[in-house]
Design a binder for this molecule. Structure first.
Ligand code: DOR
Ligand code: ZN
Length: 444
């Protein structure tokens, strides 16, 4: 089965041109520039079974959303892996990494295997499953296989996963596996201090940055010490083996659309549906997020898709009730970012990089995904950039049919999504089921 997508604007991290792609056996088999002419381009015996005309459309790599909560198992009244992953593909997201604050939380290999069993038949997209740092589960973290990283909660959020004990942080940092921090301001600064001072070998990733101070610190940490004037001066002093050389490459950060498009003012105006962790910050912080996107301090985007029922959200804002954190995000991810990139005149290749090539690299994904090149998996999205409309939750596939972004103007629509070479979403309909657990290079 060969599919040809022709006469389309092809955009990925490294290219933006008019051309076409052939898809065969789940992979991109050929990419060519220029308009396709039936007369010339089929080598004998190599026709296409399906030809898709991409005139006035854009072809991009399917997006990674490296931070979702699909709530399965345990909270499936909010979302399950089927509805969450259907929501993903309806919006061009073809790979997700799911967080461990499910019930039971993913604190052991047994929990992880159980979750693998549950989600395998429900998944409509490719996925990775995070491991959680919990009480006394160091041995389990050490032995867990094929996970994107260990999620370490240093602040309160949905579920009871907060870890206050700095000794436990150290033990986790020592393992040399990738650590993804839910940290906010002070807890992040403290974690970085420990990581730096004690020269821990792990890669550190800050989930959902929301504060200017966080971005400022990360910008500083990312500066190559070899190129700074201080390092030049001090390099005259021959030290023993310096293992800290590439530490600036071991820190990364993501930002979510809600921290790019809203401030505490929305929280005040719209109430509980704008309650999330970290909470919405100030305009100064939002500006710092965009500055971080512009200068490359922020590595990639993620949604923190955190569905809840509207009823429980609303109730949580009543006096005496505890807050319920989070908003659904996977279906507004690409529309919001694409629209803003167009409005700001940013390069769409950068959007592709920050939603596919870069998260793939940072998470050491083995599978060839996230670029439009021969040999890569055909996880792709066709976008209509001439569509004009508004965000509405009515047609969400998520169980959470609400969003604080309702009514926002959008300058695109997802037309088709391909996973592993199959069309799985087509003009508003789920038309196929593909998706499997992806592979990660082991760091320790
Ligand atoms: O607002 C949030 N909700 N932030 C998180 O980090 C977790 C999430 C959830 O699980 O509900
Ligand atoms: Zn989260």
């Amino acid at each position: 089965m060969t599919i040809l997508i022709k006469d389309i604007r092809i955009i990925d991290a490294d290219q933006d041109f008019l051309g076409g792609v052939f898809i065969e056996d789940g992979k991109i088999s050929r990419v060519f520039a220029g308009k396709f002419s039936m007369m010339h381009s089929f080598p004998p015996g190599q026709g296409a079974d399906t030809i898709i005309d991409g005139k006035n459309k854009i072809l991009m790599p399917g997006l990674f959303d490296p931070h979702v909560h699909f709530r399965d198992p345990g909270f499936t009244y909010k979302e399950d892996f089927e509805t969450g992953s259907q929501a993903a593909i309806s919006a061009g997201v073809t790979t997700v990494f799911d967080m461990p604050n499910t019930n039971p939380p993913v604190f052991s290999r047994e929990n992880l295997e159980q979750k693998r069993q549950i989600v395998a038949s429900k998944a409509h997209c490719n996925y990775g499953l995070f491991f959680g740092a919990g009480p006394n589960n160091l041995e389990e973290i050490k032995a867990a296989e094929n996970v994107p990283g260990t999620k370490l909660y240093l602040n309160t959020t949905t579920g009871n996963l907060k870890m206050d004990d700095e000794k436990a942080w150290r033990e986790i940092f020592k393992l040399g596996r990738k650590v993804v921090l839910h940290a906010e301001g002070d807890t992040f600064f403290r974690a970085v201090e420990i990581w730096q001072e004690e020269n821990f070998p792990c890669e550190l990733h800050l989930a959902h940055a929301s504060l200017k101070s966080e971005i400022d610190l990360i910008r500083e940490l990312k500066r190559n010490p070899k190129s700074s004037s201080f390092a030049k001066a001090s390099s005259f002093v021959e030290t023993t083996e310096d293992k800290s050389d590439d530490r600036h490459k071991k820190i990364s950060v993501e930002v979510c659309p809600h921290h790019l498009f809203m401030t505490h003012k929305e929280r005040e105006k719209y109430g509980a549906i704008c309650c999330m962790k970290p909470e919405l910050a100030t305009q100064k912080d939002v500006d710092a997020m965009w500055a971080g996107v512009e200068d490359g301090t922020i590595d990639f985007f993620a949604t923190d898709h955190a569905p809840h029922t509207l009823a429980e959200k609303k109730e949580s804002d009543q006096p005496g009730k505890s807050p319920i954190y989070g908003i659904p995000g996977v279906e507004t991810f690409l529309p919001l970012l694409f629209t803003e990139f167009v409005k700001r005149g940013y390069d769409l290749s950068k959007l592709a990089a920050m939603t596919s090539k870069i998260p793939r690299k940072i998470y050491h994904v083995q599978d060839l995904k996230g670029e439009i090149r021969a040999g890569f998996d055909a996880d792709l999205v066709i976008i209509d950039p001439n569509f004009r409309g508004k965000i509405s939750a009515d047609n969400f596939f998520s169980k959470s049919k609400w969003t604080p972004f309702a009514g926002r103007e959008i300058l695109m629509k997802v037309e088709k999504t391909f996973i592993n070479g199959k069309v799985v979403f087509d003009n508003g309909q789920i038309v196929g089921q593909e998706g499997r657990e992806i592979f990660f290079v082991s760091l320790s």
